[in-house]
Design a protein around this ligand. Structure first.
Ligand code: ATP
Ligand code: MG
Length: 292
């Protein structure tokens, strides 16, 4: 387990200006064997998570949305795989957001997100999300002109408007029973380079490399600026952002598993209880089955 006080430090305070340089990408617990201990406790955490998810599903009222954002090679896919290993696939969905399709561009940018927002009792992970609209689109403003927006509506305040829309969208979900956890996997530029080289050097990892990723790396500073502004504008009480150090994969995975488990446990959902009448009916059903 990662110290809860440390986890609390990863959580951004609403309204506070974010400087990513103040957040260490390479943080890891101290001491010999810390990795093994963290991994062992993560395995226990995943068992807790599984139990909590069972109750969430049976309760059929609350839902959980995990928003995952990161630069390329920060470990989004591995994280999803590890955290999901503790979940019942029946009540969990992962949705990867790619460049919008023609149909999606014919609607407002939140349309495709609302359609795949979690159903009651379930957990949905957004692998990339509505936040791409204020990240990749902001770094490459030419994308905005392809969004079929009436030109009159594209003005300087568009990013501020988008932050407002996103905050309101998330507030709407929160007010209807969705707990939202937003995770930024914070990886350093050096670590990204190391991982890209590994993808190029190891045949089994070649498929993960795309030349486009190298082109995006040139915009690293622009992305960091867009992330800082976005994190500052959209860290809210109802949908907090966590900046998770991601240079060490075991740290990121254990931290996210812990945050997710605690969020569900915090809802204090238990299996629904049955009424006296139903209990009597159950006793009757039992008798009938036994006397068959
Ligand atoms: P991986 O490369 O690890 O498989 P990925 O999330 O990078 O995962 P890709 O298919 O490589 O998946 O990339 C998806 C691309 O879609 C990203 O470059 C992302 O910026 C882009 N994208 C997502 N949403 C939007 C959007 N709303 N507008 C424009 N581009 C978007
Ligand atoms: Mg990619």
């Amino acid at each position: 387990m990662i110290d809860p006080k440390r986890i609390a430090k990863f959580k951004l305070k609403p309204g506070k200006k974010v400087r990513l340089k103040d957040h260490d990408t390479a943080w890891r617990p101290d001491g010999k064997g810390a990795e093994e201990v963290t991994e062992e406790t993560m395995a226990k955490n995943l068992e807790l998570l599984n139990e909590a998810q069972g109750k969430l599903f049976a309760g059929d009222q609350w839902s959980i949305l995990v928003v995952l954002q990161a630069m390329d090679a920060a470990g989004k896919d591995g994280l999803v795989k590890h955290v999901m290993s503790g979940l019942n696939p029946q009540g969990c969905h992962v949705h990867a957001f790619k460049a919008p399709s023609a149909e999606e561009l014919d609607h407002s940018f939140l349309w495709r997100c609302m359609r795949v927002a979690p159903a009651r009792g379930t957990i949905t992970i957004f692998n990339r999300s509505h936040y791409e609209e204020v990240l990749v689109v902001k770094v490459h403003p030419e994308l905005l002109s392809k969004q079929k927006l009436p030109p009159k509506l594209i003005h300087k305040t568009i990013w501020k408007e988008r932050y407002d829309d996103i905050n309101n969208f998330e507030l709407h979900l929160a007010r209807n029973g969705t707990r939202i956890i937003k995770i930024f996997l914070h990886v350093s530029k050096d670590e990204q380079k190391r991982r890209f080289l590994e993808r190029l050097d190891k045949p089994a990892k070649n498929w993960k490399f795309s030349l486009g990723d190298l082109a995006e790396r040139k915009f690293w500073d622009d992305y960091m600026a867009a992330y800082e502004e976005m994190l500052t504008a959209t860290s809210t009480k109802h949908a907090p952002w966590y900046v998770i150090p991601a240079d060490h994969k075991f740290v990121a995975r254990a931290a996210v598993a812990e945050i997710l488990t605690n969020t569900i446990l915090d809802l204090a959902v238990d299996y629904p209880t049955v009424s006296k009448e139903t209990k009597l009916a159950f006793a009757d059903a039992r008798e009938k089955l036994l006397s068959e």
